[in-house]
Design a protein around this ligand. Sequence first.
Ligand SMILES: [Zn+2]
Ligand SMILES: [Zn+2]
Length: 313
Amino acid sequence: MKKRLPQCTLILILALSLVSGITAGCQTERTADDSGELRVVTSFLPIYIFTLNLVEGIDGIRVVNMAAPDIGCLHEYQLLPGDMVELEAADIFIFNGAGMESFLEVLADRRDLVKIEASSGIQLLPLDENHGHIDADGETLNHDHEVNAHVWLSVRLAIQQVKNISLGLQHADPKHAEMYQRNEAAYIDRLADLDRLYRETLDKVAIRKIITFHDAFPYLAKEYGLTVVAVIQREPGREPSTAELAETIDIIRSEDVQVLFVEPQYSGRAADTLAAETGASVYTLNPVVTGDAGALTYEQVMMDNLDVLKLAL
Ligand SMILES: [Zn+2]
Ligand SMILES: [Zn+2]
């Protein structure tokens, strides 16, 4: 619902704001535009999928996902110039929270931007104690995301996220409140079925100790009675060191772990090494951070994950 600035002005403002560290939002005059289109930007795939389901059939709302389809989790993600342009034009920004979007301070001055945090009010789990960043000199870096961000992989908590997003949209766009509520109810019905199926299926499995690739599955594990005894890749994007691999091999042996789960977003090389050393089997779990950007993707991928878990455990 904004007057479109001439492209060159917008780029100039963005350039200035990037240099000065001040976001463009507080420097521009806002006037409602004739179309009245509400522009929503979501941070990454799961939040985009949840939002798509909530805006189904509602006119005058456009939802754009910020992260490119191959980005995956937003760990260490830095905003690109194109993201800044999207956010500058946005009325609403919907994000996971829980430390997933480390760039949020860039938007702190954007008082005109409605920000909806999907994880608001959800009890968060701490990061795995082995989690750490290591810089080029091999020194461990301190950082401020002390909680685990992968809330959406518990279907029960995904439902909570959908409710939070729906509430935020109803506040920001009250004339469609009833439609958001209707969409929310229909989507949550389906997600509740999925949650029930997870509970029924994972109630019966024989194996409960698992090792996953990155630290994406503690909410899923806690929800459905599994234990993640180790994570192969301590920090997403960094191959495990020889020492870390040796440590994981020790854990596999001492805890008698029989299954390892890799992720389609990352190379499975380290897991193959671990499997060859220990005889553990390797399966693939998908944290739903890349893939088809359709409204049904979360449910489809989580069903595939459940089939894999049933087979593996
Ligand atoms: Zn992640
Ligand atoms: Zn970290």
